[in-house]
Design a protein around this ligand. Structure first.
Ligand code: GLP
Length: 261
């Protein structure tokens, strides 16, 4: 795992956008794993900017989102499908048929999850998986006690996650209590993972995810086992990390990052 601390939120988001741009230019047929949440909105704005002003081409890109609420249809403004269309897909030249999310409104949710795993396999797996971090330490919606080898499945959301995301619903009571989510094992199969976390309210959970013991009680700790995972935080989110100086030193000395300084 690598940890990169950028002074501002803007710089943290810019770094992740730049890495994604480079990955897409290197492999135009890239398979991206995408995430939702407030943190990702400014990242998607940056990708749109790159498409508009630098001609970043998404025409051959395939995407798989991490998760979707159970019971919400694509046209529901609170569904993650709606979120992705609004913040990214409708604003770039991606083929909508190549933008995949699990269908939370499917009749048979278990079959839908198996199908989603098959789809990911059928395109050769995910090249670059983008991740955010929930207050419970979840990646996707892998709530505490999610097995490290779990695959895409329906999952009940924890009260803390409901508290975190319900304000995004016009009526907080309407927030679904279940979601379909890629499993921790599904995420660990991606060839590269990048987690973006900003803001002081995440400082504690970031410290646990990065420096704490690996435990299924905090699914982001599983990323410590991934051979190629980069965690990008702003100074606020990184403020409770014990080894901040070390992480900054690595960023300044690893050749890969020189181009991004
Ligand atoms: C939801 C998503 C997660 C995401 C999290 C972060 O819970 N399922 O994948 O990491 O939101 O949300 P925010 O960026 O709004 O803090």
């Amino acid at each position: 795992m690598e940890v990169i601390i950028r002074d501002t939120r803007e710089q943290a988001v810019q770094l992740v956008a730049d890495v994604m741009e480079q990955a897409i230019r290197r492999k135009p047929r890239i398979v991206l794993g995408l995430a939702t949440g407030r943190t990702m909105e400014s990242l998607y704005d940056k990708l749109v900017e790159k498409h508009e002003s630098l001609g970043l081409d998404f025409s051959q890109v395939t995407t798989f989102n991490l998760d979707e609420y159970v019971g919400l249809t694509a046209d529901d403004p609170n569904s993650y499908r709606y979120y992705m269309d609004k913040h990214l897909f409708s604003r770039i030249n991606i083929d909508r048929l190549n933008t995949l999310l699990p269908d939370g409104a499917a009749g048979d949710l278990d079959a839908e999850c198996r199908y989603y795993e098959e789809l990911i396999g059928s395109v050769g797996g995910i090249d670059l998986q983008l991740l955010g971090l929930g207050q419970t330490g979840h990646i996707g919606f892998n709530e505490p006690l999610s097995a490290m080898f779990s695959r895409t499945r329906p999952k009940a959301l924890s009260p803390k996650t409901v508290e975190q995301n319900a304000p995004l619903f016009p009526d907080p009571e309407q927030m679904p209590r279940r979601a379909l989510t890629m499993g921790v094992g599904t995420i660990l199969d991606a060839r590269r993972c990048m987690m973006l976390v900003t803001g002081k309210q995440k400082a504690e959970v970031v410290a646990k995810a990065v420096e704490g013991p690996v435990t299924s009680m905090l699914s982001a700790t599983a990323l410590q086992l991934h051979p190629r995972c980069t965690v990008v935080v702003d100074a606020e989110a990184g403020s409770k990390l014990e080894n901040q100086e070390y992480y900054r030193w690595i960023f300044e000395h690893e050749p890969e990052w020189l181009a991004y300084q």
